[in-house]
Design a protein around this ligand. Structure first.
Ligand code: ARG
Length: 561
């Protein structure tokens, strides 16, 4: 719902075709102050064309505008200020939401084209860190927003299940490992081995060579290496799946780095065929000096491949199998250089589709201002954080609503929701200081606050015995901030997809919740029998949009809390 369109249709003829509709759309502003109306059209640019003062032009335009949807149109200081007919607009907006329900805000802009989203992508045999949580929740939300935008997203978990570190892990396991311990607590034990390897390798650097040798054996299909690797991978996946289940996330593909092992020869060949492969200190690289980037390493001295080689093979595979229009990588900003190189190599290889690829970077989660590192064993385990959040939600329910029937389910939805929202309400490029206390705060600008507002709306509908009614419409002037929020929802979705930025939806939900709670505090919704049903229609439309917005962030909206 957007009344800009109505204004454009009035301005276009009023300007006798001096400006294109597109230009007019861009010029329309939202005034800073309420007394300046709901929309404003500046006439300063036109002053040059018409050789008249901006305000004279504004006055002339005002004469020509005539639409029932505008209550008042006035010329002030070179602007045409437009006031919407709030009663009409309110009815239209509420009616529209009730008609479309959760479809409200669906955009057909993606035309069902495929986009691939590479997200989460944790590393096998390492704990699922708070850092991977960011990729997971941002990527998951982007996939949902993309769908709402009209795209068909493919969710890909590009597992970090290949590389020298697996050679190192095999060495560590063979030297100090204990099968029973690994079976009991795989991730914890494998991490211990990994940390020990790095400590020992400081003293005995030859261990690194051994690790490399074992990785080469793995790449060549050595049975012992392969067997251990598969075991580590299976155990890790089991642990990761627990977290995805807790978060309610699924993937269309778990093809990780290892999947491309037999697909890299072809890519290396393709690079060579195009005359792009060069030797440099024994390794093979693609020079990117014209792009002002360091060379991209394709194979190492010993012939083994790298992260970048596997990503090249993966990009090709995705294009050939999914025929994507856009291909996104939700990965921390510390990998920006890697993705610049990746896209540059694809461009040099002559693939025009490199233009549809984008790295969607995000900031780090810091602990006491510093990056958390797996090598030194300094990690916070996500599963523990999630469990703790659910426990706190449980306690909160017992305090506030001990008779709630679906306690466990709601505790889960609120606990997990708190963690997701805490992440998504921040603009993704900002670093976030890790604070369990902040994540689990249920008051203020939090996920539980939005969920609670939704449950309050649901409770009002139950208490008021609401019968869906699309005719009796709201007349309260106090409802206006809610109406403008509801009206902006489709635009918010459009922007949050185009800027790959779920935080705009999180902020929208906070604004809508605040507007609704203010209304709730100032209007006695259930008292006035004459207005009750009309007011409940407004409540219902708020409930629908809150629930849909929460869904787009990957959160549930409990009916009762
Ligand atoms: N496994 C990598 C990491 O944890 C992220 C992989 C991202 N995806 C990709 N196609 N490179 O750092």
């Amino acid at each position: 719902m957007n009344f800009k369109h109505d204004l454009v249709e009035c301005l276009y003829p009023a300007l006798n075709g001096q400006l294109e509709r597109k230009q007019i759309v861009k010029m329309i502003e939202k005034p800073k102050f309420e007394q300046q109306g709901d929309m404003a059209f500046p006439c300063f640019e036109l002053a040059k064309i018409y050789r008249k003062s901006p305000n004279d032009i504004a006055l002339a335009i005002v004469e020509k505008i005539n639409s029932p949807i505008f209550e008042k149109v006035e010329a002030v200081g070179g602007y045409v200020n437009v006031f919407l007919n709030r009663k009409d607009v309110s009815s239209k907006v509420v009616k529209e939401v009730l008609l479309q329900k959760e479809q409200y805000g669906n955009l057909n802009l993606g035309k069902n084209e495929v986009i691939t989203i590479d997200f989460s992508s944790p590393n096998i045999a390492k704990p699922f860190s708070m850092g991977h949580l960011r990729s997971t929740v941002i990527g998951h939300s982007l996939a949902l927003i993309a769908e709402k935008y009209g795209y068909s997203p493919i969710r890909i978990n590009h597992l970090g299940d290949w590389g020298t570190q697996f050679g190192k892990l095999i060495v560590a396991y063979k030297m100090w490992g204990d099968e029973k311990k690994v079976k009991e607590a795989p991730i914890k034990e494998l991490l211990t081995l990994y940390v020990k390897f790095h400590e020992e390798a400081e003293k005995t650097p030859e261990l690194n060579d051994e690790g490399r040798a074992w990785f080469k054996r793995l790449e060549n299909g050595d049975e012992e290496a392969r067997h251990l690797w598969e075991w580590f991978r299976d155990e890790s996946l089991k642990e990761f799946t627990k977290i995805y289940d807790l978060l309610g996330i699924h993937f269309d593909s778990y093809h990780g780095e290892a999947f491309y092992n037999d697909k890299m020869e072809r890519v290396v060949q393709m690079i060579e065929d195009r005359g792009l492969l060069e030797e440099s200190q024994g390794a093979m690289v693609v020079q990117l000096s014209a792009e002002e980037l360091p060379p991209c390493l394709i194979t190492k001295k010993d012939g083994t491949t790298l992260y970048a080689t596997r990503d090249l093979a993966a990009a090709l595979y995705r294009k050939e199998n999914y025929h994507f229009t856009e291909s996104l990588y939700v990965v921390g900003h510390e990998q920006s250089l890697h993705f610049k190189q990746l896209f540059a190599v694809l461009k040099k290889m002559g693939f025009p589709w490199h233009e549809g690829m984008a790295h969607v970077p995000f900031g780090m989660i810091l602990k006491d201002g510093k990056k958390m590192s797996t090598r030194k064993g300094k990690v916070v385990l996500l599963e523990e954080v999630l469990e703790e959040a659910i426990q706190l939600a449980r306690e909160d329910i017992l305090k506030k609503n001990p008779n709630l029937v679906a306690k466990e389910e709601v505790a889960h939805q609120v606990g997990v929701g708190a963690i997701i929202f805490h992440d998504l309400k921040n603009f993704r490029l900002n670093d976030i200081e890790f604070s369990l206390e902040d994540m689990l705060r249920f008051e203020g600008e939090t996920g539980p606050y939005v969920q609670y507002t939704h449950a309050r709306a649901a409770s009002l509908l139950r208490k008021g015995n609401y019968q869906e009614d699309k005719e009796r419409m709201i007349g309260d002037k106090e409802a206006w901030p809610i109406i403008t929020a509801l009206m902006s929802f489709p635009d918010v979705i459009k922007r949050s997809y185009e800027q790959y930025d779920p935080s705009q939806i999180a902020k929208f939900l906070l604004d809508l919740s605040k507007a609704f709670n203010k209304y709730y505090a100032s209007v006695r919704i259930l008292d006035d029998s004459e207005q009750k049903q009309a007011r409940l229609s407004l409540v219902y439309s708020v409930k629908i949009v809150l629930k849909e917005g929460l869904r787009l962030l990957g959160m549930a909206a409990p009916e009762k809390m």
